[in-house]
Design a protein around this ligand. Structure first.
Ligand code: PEP
Ligand code: MN
Length: 290
């Protein structure tokens, strides 16, 4: 293995805490559950998501505004208008937001609007982008490449760390294999290994790993049971109508139920899900009020 100088765990208790907000941090006893749609589609959609997930509660919201789509003819994301939506939801509901960055030119706009930048699987070895994220000044959610080895994944994190940003969270999101029954294969062995060999927080994305909503909840539980520091899960007010990744989107009700069902699993491995996140949520409508 290439030697990771900065990502490597130096002793068993070596654990980095990545702060997302005053209340939310990755890597401690409390888990971080991130929920939201694959793509930001409208202010109304994100408002509904924020209101419903306040009941869970989740600790952060997700939503892509720059989407890496297989087809150039598919919806590419709302772009800057979507960033405005995320910023409004974040400040009104007092909840951190996460969105994907696809190019160096997007970094400045994204960092002024959101709390965490997601580097997607398709860009895990975009080395210039990794270097630039070292200077972003915000936490990075680094997703494992579609067919990246654990070593390649750790060295991608090393790029960000070595360029000045200590706040990196790793995300296992499934890897390509021969079987197409599930979209990818969730590599929980990698989660355990990454927790052992690095000091970085590790979260799991069961949605992109399996690609089918009925498989998401059991794998979310398995991820927490094996030591993940959190989850990122796609959900939508009308899952079948999602403009992207509809097949894997949970309903908001199922997302709330999932968060509740994770609590005993978390407790069994000495972790907990914060109960007081809801305090920051405001009940009235924000962006779409007449
Ligand atoms: C996403 O989170 O919507 C996404 C595109 O994820 P990944 O990069 O893991 O495919
Ligand atoms: Mn998606």
């Amino acid at each position: 293995m290439n030697s990771a100088k900065l990502a490597a765990k130096s002793h068993p208790d070596h654990q980095t805490i990545v702060n997302l907000s005053e209340k939310v941090a990755f890597g401690g006893t409390e888990l971080v559950i991130i929920g939201g749609p694959c793509a930001v589609e409208s202010a109304q959609q994100m408002e509904t998501v924020a209101q419903k997930l306040s009941a869970a509660p989740v600790q952060a919201l997700r939503g892509g505004v720059y989407k890496p789509r297989t087809s150039p003819y598919a919806f590419q994301g709302m772009g800057e208008d979507g960033l405005e939506v995320l910023a409004k939801v974040q400040s009104y509901y007092n909840i951190p937001v996460v969105t994907e960055v696809m190019s160096i030119s997007q970094i400045e706009g994204i960092t002024t609007h959101v709390d965490m930048l997601q580097l997607g699987s398709r860009n895990m070895q975009n080395f210039d982008l990794l270097k630039a994220l070292g200077q972003a000044g915000k936490p990075i959610l680094l997703k494992r490449g579609l067919a990246a080895t654990i070593e390649e994944f750790v060295m991608a994190a090393e790029y960000i760390l070595s360029h000045g940003n200590p706040d990196v969270v790793l995300c296992e999101r499934g890897i390509r294999s021969f079987d197409n029954y599930t979209r990818n294969v969730l590599d929980l062995g990698a989660v355990v290994a990454l927790k052992q060999i690095t000091h970085l927080p590790v979260i799991v994305d069961p949605s992109h790993a399996v690609g089918k909503r009925e498989l998401v909840a059991p794998l979310a539980k398995a991820a927490i049971a094996c030591g993940a520091d959190g989850l990122i899960i796609e959900c939508h007010p009308e899952p079948e109508k999602s403009v992207s990744d509809a097949r894997q989107a949970l309903s908001l009700e199922d997302m709330v139920n999932l968060v509740h069902s994770l609590k005993p699993v978390a407790a069994s491995v000495g972790r907990r899900i914060s109960e007081d996140m809801g305090a920051g949520f405001k009940p009235a409508p924000l962006c779409c009020a007449a």
